[in-house]
Design a binder for this molecule. Structure first.
Ligand SMILES: Cc1cc2nc3c(=O)[nH]c(=O)nc-3n(C[C@H](O)[C@H](O)[C@H](O)COP(=O)(O)O)c2cc1C
Length: 161
C-alpha cells in the first residue's frame, strides 16, 4: 500500500469494497411519497436508540425529505433490487408500482422489506461533501423470513449460505 493523491474513483472503489445493506429512506411530503435509496445506513446507539445515514450535498431530494416530521427507513429485501433502483433514479414518479404504507406521522415503509424503522431527525452534521444525519428511532419491526439485499462493489448482491 503506497500513499498517493487520493482520487475519487479510488475512494469510491475502496469504500465500495465494504459490503452494506440497502435502505429506502422515505416520507410523505405535501401528501406525496418522497424518498431515496441509501446504503450509508448504520446503527449508532442503543440508549438512546440512534441510527445514521449520510446524504450527499448534491441530493435534490434530501432538502425536501428532511422537512418531514418522521422518516421511514426500510431495509430492502433480497428481492427488492427494483426498489433500490427506482428510488435512486432522478425521475418524477419514483414510487411507481412499489408497494408501501405510511404511518400516521407520515413515515413511509416499503412492504416486503426485511426491517423497518420509524425515525425523527435528531441532528445533522456537515461532514465534507455529505451531511451525517443522526436519527432517533421511535418504532421498529422486522421480518426475519426476508433475507436482505446487499450492495458491494457497485453491484446489488444476495447472501448465500
Ligand atoms: C445502492 C445505492 C445506495 C445509495 N446510497 C446513498 C447514500 O447513502 N447517500 C446518498 O446521499 N445517496 C445515496 N444514493 C444515491 C441516492 O439514492 C439518489 O440517487 C441521489 O440522492 C440522487 O437523487 P436526488 O437528487 O433525488 O436526491 C444511493 C444510490 C444507490 C443506487
Amino acid at each position: 500500500m503506497t500513499a498517493c493523491a487520493l482520487e475519487s474513483t479510488d475512494l469510491r472503489r475502496v469504500f465500495g469494497a465494504y459490503p452494506t445493506g440497502v435502505t429506502a429512506v422515505a416520507a410523505l411530503v405535501d401528501g406525496g411519497p418522497v424518498g431515496i435509496t441509501a446504503n450509508s445506513f448504520t446503527s449508532v446507539s442503543l440508549e438512546p436508540p440512534i441510527v445514521s445515514v449520510c446524504v450527499a450535498h448534491t441530493s435534490t431530494t434530501w432538502p425536501v425529505l428532511r422537512t418531514a416530521a418522521r422518516l421511514g427507513i426500510s431495509v430492502l429485501g433480497a428481492h427488492q433490487e427494483r426498489h433500490g433502483r427506482a428510488l435512486s433514479e432522478r425521475r418524477a414518479d419514483r414510487f411507481g408500482s412499489l408497494r408501501w404504507r405510511a404511518t400516521a406521522d407520515g413515515a413511509i415503509l416499503l412492504k416486503g422489506a426485511s426491517a423497518w424503522l420509524d425515525c425523527g431527525i435528531e441532528r445533522e452534521i456537515e461532514v465534507g461533501d455529505h451531511d451525517l444525519v443522526l436519527l432517533r428511532v421511535h418504532a421498529l419491526d422486522d421480518d426475519p423470513e426476508v433475507p436482505p439485499l446487499v450492495f458491494h462493489g457497485s453491484r446489488y448482491r444476495r447472501l448465500s449460505a
